[in-house]
Design a protein around this ligand. Structure first.
Ligand code: FAD
Length: 316
């Protein structure tokens, strides 16, 4: 079932979460171990991130280095299929522009359709370590809006391969939004103009980047409305877990901690301190968001369920 239909049918705020495929070489059981404890909260959909290939150099003797492309977390599509099969819950694969030609994107979408997957979160993807800024595939998409256009074309029955007659696909498309603006955007208004383009191209809902100050989300929703973006905007919540998060999250995700939270974080001495504070903070955020009637609260679990379970116990 489509995410947008889950939202339309819902009588109250839905619960959903995001997981990462396991590191290459690890068993899919680790994914199920992360999902099992959260099933009691009846998630309507589970997102699975997509990770682009990275490059490593291998010594091949006589000083020769061979450049090898590896994907550290393969398996997004297979894991989605496994989730739908095991739990009868909708899985939402993330699909990115980076590393994909348009033909490869088309083939990936055909695979998803054959597997009975109704949803896709369409993203540009981040640059990889060897790039100073995002570089699209030479025959791929530069921005998420172009990927959304391709999926919408397929939903209308227009494929790149004009010699093959395939049924139109019927994907519900989601897109990413940034309450604190995307780090490359000149300002929030240009970012919103491009977000609006994604909605006009066919995105039926938006999932936000994590934020720790609900005011930023509420303001963002207001600004979206003013800009003419009227699709559901699902807040993304990330429970803080370790001392490392204190500097890593602002650096990697370009988000700020509100003063009240940073003051409490300064008192933390151990990972356990941060985790306890993170759970309490996320519970308070979630309570306020639910009270405000948000369509769904989407948790970034990093495939670990312990803290999200404690939060969900209080909310759902
Ligand atoms: P876009 O919408 O293409 O925007 C990128 C930048 O370009 C923005 O600054 C925007 O303002 C600007 N822009 C957009 N359109 C245009 C245009 N037409 N002309 C000029 N400028 C434009 N990354 C992964 O690699 N894998 C994942 O699984 C993944 N999951 C994510 C899930 C969520 C909910 C979120 C919020 C992010 C996720 N990301 C993931 C990270 C995401 O790929 C990065 O934040 C990326 O840098 C931007 O992706 P986007 O789809 O928002 O890009």
């Amino acid at each position: 079932m489509k995410v947008i239909d889950h939202i339309k049918e819902a009588k109250e705020t839905l619960f959903s979460f995001e997981i990462l495929p396991p590191l290459k070489g690890k068993n899919v059981q680790s994914i199920f171990d992360g999902i099992d404890p959260l099933m009691e909260f009846k998630p309507k959909f589970i997102n699975v991130t997509y990770h682009r290939e990275e490059y490593i150099y291998k010594e091949r003797g006589q000083g020769l280095l061979e450049k090898i492309a590896i994907r550290k977390r393969p398996g997004t599509v297979g894991i989605c299929a496994a989730i739908m099969n095991k739990y009868q819950v909708d899985a939402v694969p993330h699909l990115i522009c980076g590393g994909f030609s348009k033909e490869e994107t088309e083939n990936a979408l055909i695979d998803l359709q054959f597997l009975g997957i109704d949803n896709v979160l369409a993203l540009r993807g981040d640059s990889i370590k060897t790039e100073s800024s995002f570089r699209p595939h030479e025959n791929g998409h530069k921005y998420a809006v172009e990927l959304i256009n391709q999926i919408t074309d397929m939903n209308k029955g227009t494929y790149l391969m004009d010699d093959i007659q395939l049924e139109p696909t019927d994907f519900c498309i989601g897109a990413a939004g940034y309450p604190e603006k995307h780090f490359e955007a000149m300002n929030l208004s240009t970012d919103l103009q491009y977000l609006k383009q994604k909605v006009e191209a066919g995105a039926e809902y938006i999932v936000t980047q994590m934020f720790f100050d609900n005011k930023k989300y509420f303001d963002f929703v207001e600004e979206c409305k003013k800009a003419g973006i009227n699709v559901p905007i699902i807040p993304g919540i990330k429970p803080l877990k370790s001392m490392n998060h204190i500097s890593f999250l602002p650096k990697f995700f370009h988000i700020d901690f509100p003063d009240e939270l940073s003051a409490e974080l300064l008192k933390c001495k151990t990972n356990d301190d941060v985790q306890a504070l993170g759970i309490e903070w996320a519970i308070n955020q979630s309570k306020e968001l639910k009270k405000a009637g948000v369509p769904c609260i989407h948790y970034y679990t990093m495939s670990k369920s312990d803290d999200v379970k404690l939060i969900a116990n209080e909310i759902f």
